[in-house]
Design a protein around this ligand. Structure first.
Ligand SMILES: *Cc1c(COP(=O)(O)O)cnc(C)c1O
Length: 373
């Protein structure tokens, strides 16, 4: 192992896939800051700032708003494992890979899961949700805001109004939305909402911001059974992340927290609205350029995510070869389609630091050359 250091020969790649996204130089610098103890008073101050910043980004007053040690899926796991008790009825609104994952996570916890499927590439239909909520009472209703597998933006506000009126707990996946489009936890009546660091926050993978409403915390405190996962038990985690006396739970990944701090700082410094506008402008430039190349988008304009663009691969083009050429010759990464969309689409991420005209133009130039052949 010692002859050659592989890290010396990493080629820099323009990350325009479904994540991880490009990382800003300031965030790389944050990762190399000196180590502090996880109970060091100065680190506790940084933790407080992260909590405040996340509340701003997630547009919530929720006291329990913290980053978990783990990727976005840890957020998903934490959301369900803290709230689900065996036999609980959970409605999962599914229109892609991540809705499916939610149903899997909930069913492993012994929930009685109703998975309502909507066609991939189309949004969850609010009218159908209304019917379902009129027919049965669910403890939890779960939805993905930005379905990264298809590039669809789901109507989380409209669904949230219905879920709130039905008295269910509302669980929202905002992994690919946070930092790219508005996430409005309190306005949506979301009781749990989680994200991930490596999508539009432009931080390396490894932290998962999550927020719980007071109602959700009451539901956790009222459980008849212990949370069946020690690492993600919010009863324990809140004693480290809050309160006057900080209680050791697990060692916080200090450097990741520095990076997350910086990533959140960067977005608030730019201004959230400016960051959203930048994502939208980059997206519009990309779509215009793709259409000039004769390419079509999978999703109808009104449901498109600016940060995740699902593009239909034209007849006769080998999408795996296209992605391979982009990576090898142009050092640009885009993502493949998943599930039923495998081989049929490529997914172009314009997330965080990479949501700029420059990156869009670099990709379009490469695609133009490749497709000409
Ligand atoms: C990426 C993603 C996840 C999972 O996050 P990981 O960081 O890969 O664990 C969950 N939900 C959505 C919508 C995602 O895009």
């Amino acid at each position: 192992m010692m002859k050659k250091n592989y890290l010396d020969s990493i080629q820099s790649t323009l990350l325009l896939g479904a994540g991880p996204s490009g990382v800003a130089p300031s965030t790389y610098r944050a990762l190399s800051q000196t180590m502090l103890g996880h109970l060091d008073p100065y680190f506790l101050e940084i933790m407080e700032e992260i909590k405040k910043g996340l509340r701003q980004l997630m547009q919530t007053k929720n006291e329990v708003t913290v980053p978990l040690s783990g990727t976005g899926s840890a957020g998903m796991e934490a959301a369900f494992v803290n709230l689900v008790e065996p036999g609980d009825k959970v409605l999962v609104l599914e229109n892609g890979v991540f809705g499916n994952r939610m149903a899997d996570v909930a069913s492993r916890l012994g929930a009685q899961v109703t998975k309502e499927e909507f066609e991939w590439g189309t949004p969850v239909r609010v009218e159908r949700v209304k019917e379902l909520l009129a027919q049965d009472h669910y403890k939890i209703v779960a939805i993905v805001h930005a379905e990264t597998s298809t590039g669809v933006r789901n109507p989380v506000q409209e669904v949230g109004n219905l879920v709130n009126a039905a008295g269910s707990l509302y669980l929202v996946d905002a992994v690919t939305s946070l930092g790219g489009i508005p996430v409005e936890v309190d306005k949506w009546h979301a009781d749990v909402c989680y994200s991930g660091s490596q999508k539009c926050l432009s931080c390396p993978p490894g932290a998962s911001p999550i927020t719980f409403s007071d109602r959700a915390m009451e539901a956790i405190h009222a459980r008849k059974t212990k949370v069946p996962n020690w690492y993600l038990d919010m009863n324990l985690l809140t004693q480290y992340w809050g309160g006057a006396k900080r209680v050791y739970h697990h060692t916080a990944p200090i450097s990741m927290m520095y990076a997350l701090y910086q990533a959140v700082y960067n977005i608030l410094d730019e201004g959230m609205e400016n960051a959203f506008a930048r994502h939208q402008a980059a997206h519009e430039r990309l779509v215009k350029g793709l259409e000039e190349l004769g390419l079509e988008m999978l999703v109808a304009p009104e449901y498109r995510l600016p940060e995740l663009n699902c593009v239909i691969v034209p007849e006769g083009v080998d999408e795996a070869a296209l992605r391979a050429e982009l990576l090898e010759k142009y050092h640009i990464e885009v993502s493949s389609g998943l599930g039923p969309l495998a081989g049929k689409v490529i997914r172009i991420g314009l997330m965080g630091y990479n949501a700029t005209f420059d990156t869009v133009d670099r990709l379009l130039d490469a695609l133009r050359e490749i497709l000409k052949k």
